[in-house]
Design a protein around this ligand. Structure first.
Ligand code: DCM
Length: 133
């Protein structure tokens, strides 16, 4: 059975900015930036899993919506899916990450070109740039 990791493309529609989170572990990706999220548990929907993960990792609430881009195969049996999300709580805090930052389309493009994103998440950059345009 396939396991799914969901990640949040949290976008502020007013400022057209996307929230990125800097990974603290494991060493291969520590220091790189990702869309925050985590594994879907048995019996959980993707949206509710993402809302739970964001409460745990960022101490805030989101409303998760439609899928962004295509699913990425992390390894056989493990897929990564991004969902668009809207902040619905207090400002996010880095409870599980090294740091958080809001980026606009230009900054996202520059970070991707510089290899500052977690490899799996770079597949979504074109889709994310479209949402931030
Ligand atoms: N992951 C990823 N990109 C994300 C979120 C997670 O590549 N935006 C990967 C890293 C791990 C797995 O998913 O291989 C589980 O993530 P975590 O360690 O955050 O639970």
């Amino acid at each position: 059975m396939n396991r799914i990791v969901v990640a949040a493309a949290i976008i502020d529609d007013t400022s057209r900015m996307l929230l990125l989170a800097q990974r603290r572990y494991p060493p291969e990706v520590a220091g790189l930036w990702e869309l925050p999220g985590g594994k879907v548990e048995d019996g959980e929907s993707r949206r509710s899993a993402l809302e739970r993960e964001i409460a745990e990792e960022l101490g805030t609430a989101i409303e998760a919506g439609e899928q962004v881009g295509a699913a990425v195969v992390l390894r056989p049996g493990l897929e990564l899916v991004a969902l668009r999300a809207r902040l619905a709580g207090p400002p996010p805090r880095a409870l599980d990450h090294t740091a958080l930052c809001w980026v606009d389309a230009g900054r996202l493009r520059a970070m991707a070109a510089a290899g500052e994103l977690v490899p799996a998440d770079t597949a979504w950059v074109p889709d994310l740039l479209e949402l931030l345009a």
